[in-house]
Design a protein around this ligand. Structure first.
Ligand code: SAM
Ligand code: DTB
Ligand code: SF4
Length: 333
């Protein structure tokens, strides 16, 4: 009997080993482990793929500040909240190059350009593309976070030399609507797909400490870990509570629970860079050390995040020296 070869429609994605690999139950089981066991497993996983004492440094710059039409409840740059952030137009190319040169001289290996847009217009993308090319020519890895991307925009950035695009899912699917109403999480997944399709590496994570439950944290990690492929870079932010935002007075996260979240990210996304991102000013050195032990191997380095203060470079240098952590971009085995 003649059997016709099975024709797979080109629009149907090929089966993937990663899709649906993790369940919320499996991630919750990780969270429920005794702390020492969880950290040991995370550290073992970490050592299979990364040098245990290496840390990568990224520096952020806000290339367009404030006046954003979106209503992300955590964000000091939303036009809807009175936070005292002073709006600023898109930075000039020379200013960005200057900031990137300084970041490089200070030891950063990745430079991330953030803009307070819902998403860029095509003419904005052309300008950011010029910045990307100029920053890349300094020998830095490039990252941009510009909001939702329309068709074709990721390709323009890729052609300019963009290495990473940061776009976070922020929280669980269930908690999301408590935080943001002007864009859905699906909108974010669409942008992430555009980034992947253009061949740009994905930097995607979220924020902890926004009043979410452990189930929410597990759901967020599952969404990240089941991306196909999972993000190359996973920023885990501790909410920076900014006066004037709806999240200014939310109860903070238990530090041990935060460390557990880092460990769950490391175990479920073994080869990703896990970045201990915003919110380090509220963390003790000991908490940060636990995060590094749990598998975080990157931080934002420099006095400022986008609009809020970061841990100081001086304090970080001291902390890395105390812990024997060696900054550099060569962190993978
Ligand atoms: N406007 C673009 C967007 O939202 O996609 C890019 C910049 S936005 C500031 C990038 C990310 O920073 C947000 O998705 C959020 O995860 C994080 N972020 C913003 N404000 C924060 C805060 N107060 N604390 C912690 N993370 C924050
Ligand atoms: C990410 O996950 N965290 C960074 C970066 N990606 C763009 C932003 C943190 C912003 C903290 C609040 C501020 O400084 O405005
Ligand atoms: Fe705008 Fe981004 Fe802030 Fe949301 S997180 S308000 S999109 S700058």
């Amino acid at each position: 009997m003649n059997v016709e070869p099975l024709e797979i429609h080109p629009s149907i994605p090929a089966p993937s080993a990663n899709r649906d690999k993790w369940t919320v139950e499996a991630i919750k089981k990780l969270f429920e482990k005794p702390f020492i066991d969880l950290l040991f497993e995370a550290q073992k996983t970490h050592r299979e793929h990364f040098k245990p004492n290496a840390i990568q440094l990224s520096t952020l710059v806000s290339i367009k500040t404030g006046g954003c039409p979106e209503d992300c409840g955590y964000c000091p740059q939303s036009v809807r909240f009175n936070t005292g952030v002073i709006d600023d137009d898109l930075m000039k190319l020379e200013e960005v190059v200057q900031a990137a040169s300084t970041a490089k001289a200070n030891g950063a290996s990745r430079f991330c350009m953030g803009a307070a847009w819902r998403g860029p217009k095509d003419k904005d993308v052309v300008k950011v593309a010029e910045m990307v090319t100029a920053v890349k020519s300094l020998g830095l890895e490039t990252c941009a976070t510009l909001g939702l991307l329309k068709e074709g925009q990721a390709e323009v950035l890729k052609n300019a030399g963009l290495d990473y695009y940061n776009h976070n899912i922020d929280t669980s699917s269930g908690h999301y609507e408590e935080i943001i109403s002007t864009r859905t999480q699906d909108d974010r997944h669409d942008t992430l797909q555009r980034v992947r399709d253009a061949g740009v590496s994905v930097c995607c994570g979220g924020i902890i400490g926004m009043g979410e439950s452990r189930d929410d944290r597990a759901d967020m990690i599952v969404q990240l870990a089941n991306m196909d492929p999972y993000p190359q870079s996973v920023p885990i932010n501790n909410l920076v509570k900014v006066q004037g935002t709806p999240m200014a007075d939310v109860d903070g996260i238990d530090p041990i629970e935060f460390v557990r979240t880092i460990a769950a990210a490391r175990i479920s996304m073994p080869k990703a860079m896990v970045r201990l991102s915003a919110g380090r000013t509220d963390m003790s050195d000991e908490m940060q050390a636990l995060c590094f032990y749990a598998g975080a191997n990157s931080v934002f380095y420099g006095e400022k995040l986008l609009t809020t203060p970061n841990a100081t470079a001086y304090g970080d240098d001291e902390l890395f020296a105390r812990l024997g952590l060696v900054p550099g971009d060569d962190v993978a085995l």
